[in-house]
Design a protein around this ligand. Structure first.
Ligand code: SF4
Length: 401
């Protein structure tokens, strides 16, 4: 299993698989072939179906600069290894000789894979199931963040401190920014008004309202193409920072507690990525928002003093109760249902943490079983509901909107 650094990537929204992944592929191809002056990128399957709404072409053009690039959309074809496939061709110049071509897949969270395996994939963890990790915790008398530190080394804390800083900046920017989000839906940002209303409320309205505001702030920044940290993807990047920012402002926690929570959340995301998928095109939104919700539930449970078993329970519940969640972005934009979904998932993560903390940690379904079920469910979800913009809300919006 790779480093949790691969879960938390800084980049620009709105989609890790449709912008960060293709942008990385473009950078790699450009570095491999400095002699090439013209590139042609053919996008296949889900990358082509929702690529326009996800700004895949502009991410590619930006990354290939100052070289020329032509983007070709092939929505009717899918390449063999993943729904998000692309073929990048490098030419000496437009109309000139083909220098090289590369079939590469954007497999979620900004990661890339080709026929030879993962790109930049250094294996860091030997244990790859929560069951084995919990046995390690029991044996060593340590908790989950210590497991991360033991495997990643102490430099992980500087890395996580940087990501936490970016997450906080994104929340603050998102709470300040107002206006309409880019794209034809003309969806207005809500985080700012939500924050003001929450601050002028009391009790539950205030607390749930703030949680909504912070998660919305990041999701809206992502939709606007702003800087975010994937957690584990762009589309689901508001859930974890939303919950952590809320807890930090309410409970006045130390920086160390926040970083340790990020370590445990990263481990949860990593386990899902390794054993199932965090790609909406592969398994639907359960792999994106479901995973983000599990990460945030685990982080909060740890912050509030939960044991490893209670942390595992919270993550399991969050995953279990997002099973079957489809991906049907309206007009291919990461806006409806994505933005509200981040806010709702933040409250669900909060609920799962409270539920697990009020229990003794005993439960019947393990996190590993929930993850395996998510992978199976994802394979059974029809392709129209896996980031193609052809089914669900995307279809009915077109029919009745
Ligand atoms: S519906 Fe979920 S998986 Fe699909 S684009 Fe939106 S956030 Fe990502």
């Amino acid at each position: 299993m790779l480093s949790i650094k691969e879960i938390y990537k800084e980049g620009y929204g709105p989609s890790s698989s449709h912008t960060i992944g293709p942008a990385r592929a473009a950078e790699i191809m450009k570095l491999r072939h400095p002699e090439a002056n013209f590139f042609r990128v053919a996008l296949y399957g889900s990358l082509a179906l929702t690529g326009k709404g996800h700004h895949t072409d502009s991410a590619l053009r930006k990354s290939f600069l100052p070289k020329q690039v032509e983007v070709i959309w092939r929505p009717e074809e899918t390449l063999p290894f993943h729904p998000n496939g692309m073929i990048i061709e490098a030419y000496a110049e437009e109309g000139g000789a083909l220098v090289d071509h590369w079939e590469v897949y954007s497999i979620g969270g900004g990661d890339l894979k080709d026929r030879h395996g993962l790109i930049n994939g250094k294996q860091v963890y030997q244990l790859t199931t929560m069951t084995d990790i919990l046995s390690w915790c029991r044996r060593e008398g340590k908790t989950l963040w210590e497991f991360v530190e033991d495997n990643e080394g102490s430099e992980i804390w500087d890395f996580l401190a940087e990501k936490w800083q970016t997450m906080r900046e994104t929340v603050k920017r998102g709470v300040d920014n107002e206006g309409v989000l880019p794209g034809p839906i003309k969806l207005a940002r809500r985080a700012s008004a939500q924050y003001t209303k929450a601050m002028n409320s009391h009790g539950t309205m205030k607390h749930v309202g703030l949680l909504f505001a912070f998660a919305l702030a990041v999701a809206e920044e992502n939709a606007a193409g702003g800087k975010i940290v994937t957690a584990p993807t762009c589309g689901s990047s508001g859930v974890l920072p939303g919950v952590l920012f809320y807890l930090n402002s309410e409970e006045h926690l130390t920086e160390q507690k926040m970083l340790r929570a990020l370590a445990t959340a990263g481990l949860i995301g990593n386990l899902v990525k390794y054993n199932a998928s965090i790609s909406g095109a592969e398994v639907g939104c359960q792999g994106e928002i479901g995973t983000a919700c599990a990460m945030a539930a685990a982080a909060m449970t740890q912050i509030m003093g939960g044991s490893p078993t209670q942390i595992e329970y919270a993550a399991e519940m969050a995953m279990e109760h997002n099973l079957g969640l489809t991906c049907d972005p309206v007009m291919g934009y990461v806006q409806i249902p994505c933005i509200e979904r981040n806010a709702i998932a933040a409250t669900k993560a909060y609920s799962c943490a409270v539920y697990a903390l009020s229990s003794d940690g005993g439960h019947k379904v393990s996190f590993d079983q929930a993850v395996e079920t998510m992978a199976e469910t994802g394979r059974d979800i029809q392709v129209a509901y896996r980031e193609t913009g052809m089914g669900g809300l995307a279809k009915n919006w077109e029919a009745f909107g």
